[in-house]
Design a protein around this ligand. Structure first.
Ligand SMILES: Nc1ncnc2c1ncn2[C@@H]1O[C@H](COP(=O)(O)OP(=O)(O)OP(=O)(O)O)[C@@H](O)[C@H]1O
Ligand SMILES: [Mg+2]
Length: 279
């Protein structure tokens, strides 16, 4: 049971290029587990999430949710992206109800659920506002409420807080932890922010690029609620950064001009110096 990602491979082939976005990715995720995926840009994180969402087909392998093979998008998996993709011409509450409307949920039930989740993200007061009247953080909370209304067991989040300022991000991280605690959802959360990953996850997955693979997994056994200031969290972040930096450097060497020169050793010694300084 749970979510099983089995031997997923994905190639993108165009006239001029062939990109091995994912190669033999295997991951078993328990019901209610919070997974964070980190990895260099272009290592296939979004592709993997889209395959799980059923928005993208893999070339090989399969994904099973509670014993059923995933074959396309479905209401058992809600997705949230970096950009909230809300409709500016309808009110907040109608945006939140939109997915349920598409899924054929009756009107009264729709309204009740929309209000329940707007309350959960603390936006009841703004239910009749239009999207352009909201801040970036409020928009992402509307998007989160919309994703939650489907009552899906699985929530797939692709850098949902990446575009937000750090204070708003902190508030949303706290809200998300509470919502996860209350709803017991299985969450896959992609981020470039290793601190955010350690703060939120039961398990952090580090991916490598070219081809996209799982490089290493870290079980995060820190007690919750977690705090950024915690020393244990800082050490785990440093461990994960060490895995990540060499991958980032590999990608940069491939993508950047040949005069680019930033050795992983320099970055790693910076991390060690920061730890030595108690950061
Ligand atoms: N539709 C597509 N057609 C061709 N190549 C694609 C397509 N989608 C993704 N790719 C390629 O597959 C690789 C993985 O892309 P993906 O978007 O999954 O990376 P990512 O890890 O999410 O990156 P980022 O951190 O920048 O969001 C990249 O090299 C990308 O160029
Ligand atoms: Mg991506």
């Amino acid at each position: 049971m749970g979510l099983i990602i089995e031997n997923i491979s994905k190639k993108f082939i165009s006239k001029h290029n062939q990109m091995h976005a994912l190669e033999e990715v295997n991951l078993n995720i328990n019901d209610g587990e919070f997974i964070c995926i980190v990895g260099p840009s272009g290592c296939g994180k979004s592709t993997l999430l889209n395959v799980v969402a059923g928005l993208e087909k893999s070339c090989e392998g399969r994904v099973c949710l509670n014993g059923n093979v995933i074959n396309g998008a479905g209401p058992d998996r809600a997705v949230m992206f970096q950009e909230s993709a809300l409709f500016p011409w309808i009110k907040v509450i109608d945006n939140v109800e939109f997915g349920m409307k598409m899924a054929g949920v009756p009107r009264e039930e729709r309204r009740n659920r929309a209000l329940k989740y707007l309350k959960m993200v603390h936006l009841t007061k703004f239910q009749n506002s239009y999207i352009h009247e909201l801040s970036g953080g409020m928009k992402q909370r509307v998007a989160l409420a919309r994703a939650l209304t489907l009552d899906s067991k699985v929530l797939l989040m692709d850098e949902p807080f990446a575009a937000l300022d750090s204070q708003t991000k902190t508030i949303l991280q706290i809200e998300l932890q509470q919502i996860w605690w209350e709803t017991k959802k299985t969450i896959i959360f992609i981020t470039h922010n290793v601190e955010e990953a350690v703060l939120l996850a039961d398990r952090v997955i580090v991916m490598s690029a070219n081809p996209g693979k799982i490089k290493k997994e870290f079980n995060i056994q820190l007690a919750r609620p977690r705090k950024f200031e915690s020393v244990d969290l800082t050490y785990l972040v440093a461990d994960i950064m060490k895995e990540l930096i060499s991958e980032v450097e590999k990608v940069a060497k491939f993508e950047y001009d040949s005069d680019w020169n930033m050795e992983a050793d320099t970055i790693l010694s910076d991390i060690d110096n920061n730890l030595g300084a108690g950061l």
